[in-house]
Design a protein around this ligand. Structure first.
Ligand SMILES: Cc1cc2nc3c(=O)[nH]c(=O)nc-3n(C[C@H](O)[C@H](O)[C@H](O)COP(=O)(O)O)c2cc1C
Length: 399
């Protein structure tokens, strides 16, 4: 499965911020993932980073001088603006934000931004006092009202040594937002909300200990990422929020009952529910309020009571996908789950294999559906497995 950004025409506008060097990494990653990247620079940006750096990474001549001929027959900025599918301005200075907000077009970056119909992503970077200034905040509002998407700025250590808001967003966040934006332009899940659960639930024994399982959350994360890349609005309900992909809505939970509440809260807005989380079948009946102390040579009895089967108890007419992680009789157990849980698809995997299951970056899955079809897939990355599952969901949605 090729990347959503492969062969896509992305223009990156670089402006005169101290954070300009960081955008080299973003441009490099976009190129590595197959995007066709053109870089436009303001004259201030050239003081911070050389056009040669971008030329070497993209294999294309950066656009710096708007009075240059640039080897095209017509006007270079119009030609660039027309073929651009998405324009990222990063780092965006306060000055460039002001120009963009008020329609000034006196350098290659603002000129192209004014001429293009492509979505505009802006990733500002500046000192916190500049960011907090009324002028910048008013420009931010104006640009947002006109549909520009902002990534950051983040809070953290600034070039001045102060801590505040103004740091350029991390590369991976910028790239994730580009993918999400491109997905929404023509992805088959655009306009749909996909709810995904991920990770293993934790059932408290006392405030310190819990009963857990070996799920890493990688399959759920891959599903959330793939759905995002196909244009969906993604709600990821997860026990491992720290590993969640960027540009998805994350709801952090711990126990099966917390997960059940979160799923129910987001059900009405969702067209799809994929339960990739490993939800505990049982919880401790009465978790101790205080840490249980060790008493020598004494056994402890924990009474376990069943948790609700979250997906089986959902009556709403949405596409429902469950997972069957098994160690034996994979297909028979999966067929039984398909009926018991009343779902459209079951994704079965044998969690004892080396290339599949918990913690692995690959998976070997068999997809069973409620029309009697059984499809065994080869070893694939979890992202590719997610794409295969989403292909079948997309068919159900008629998208
Ligand atoms: C050392 C130095 C660092 C700067 N860093 C920033 C910055 O991070 N963000 C910002 O908005 N302006 C910064 N500026 C100011 C801009 O470079 C200046 O406003 C410039 O005119 C912006 O031009 P441009 O938006 O056309 O690139 C910096 C200036 C200097 C001298």
């Amino acid at each position: 499965m090729s990347s959503i950004i492969e062969n896509r025409q992305i223009t990156v506008g670089v402006t005169g911020s101290i954070a300009a060097y960081k955008i080299v990494d973003v441009v490099s990653k976009l190129v590595q993932q197959g995007a066709v990247v053109d870089v436009a620079m303001t004259s201030a940006a050239v003081n911070f980073i050389s056009p040669l750096t971008f030329q070497s990474i993209t294999g294309r001549e950066p656009y710096v001088d708007m009075w240059g001929v640039h080897g095209v027959k017509g006007e270079a900025h119009i030609e660039l603006a027309r073929r651009t599918e998405l324009m990222l301005i990063a780092p965006a200075t306060a000055s460039t934000m002001a120009s963009l907000a008020h329609g000034f077009a006196d350098d290659f970056v603002t000129l192209t931004a004014l001429a293009t119909k492509a979505p505009l992503l802006i990733s500002p970077a500046m000192d916190s006092q500049m960011w907090d200034h009324d002028a910048t905040q008013i420009n931010l509002n104006l640009l947002q009202e006109r549909g520009a998407h902002f990534i950051g700025p983040e809070q953290g250590r600034l070039a001045s040594g102060q801590i505040g808001t103004g740091r350029l967003a991390e590369s991976q966040k910028i790239i994730a937002t580009i993918k999400s934006c491109l997905g929404k332009l023509e992805g088959d899940l655009t306009g749909k909300t996909v709810m995904v659960t991920a990770g293993g639930t934790r059932e408290a024994i006392d405030p310190v200990r819990y009963i857990g399982n070996r799920s890493s959350g990688k399959m759920g994360n891959a599903l959330a990422e793939a759905a995002r890349d196909r244009g969906a609005d993604v709600v990821l309900i997860t026990t491992v929020p720290e590993t969640a992909p960027e540009a998805v809505e994350v709801v952090a939970v711990e126990s099966a009952s917390e997960m059940e509440v979160a799923v129910s809260d987001h059900l009405e807005r969702s067209e799809v529910l994929i339960m990739a989380a490993a939800v505990a079948d049982y919880r401790v009946d009465q978790a101790s309020e205080q840490k249980i102390k060790r008493e020598h040579a004494k056994n402890i009895d924990l009474k376990l009571v069943p948790n609700n089967d979250i997906i089986a108890s959902i009556a709403t007419d949405i596409v429902k996908v469950a997972f069957a992680a098994e160690t034996e009789d994979l297909i028979d157990n999966a067929k039984k789950k398909l009926l018991d849980k009343n779902v459209n698809l079951i994704v079965a995997n044998n969690v004892t294999g080396e290339m599949s299951g918990f913690g692995s970056d690959t998976n070997i899955i068999t997809i069973l559906d409620d029309r009697g079809q059984i499809e065994e897939l080869p070893v694939l990355s979890k992202y590719s497995c997610a794409m295969e599952i989403l292909d079948r969901i997309s068919d159900r949605l008629g998208s």
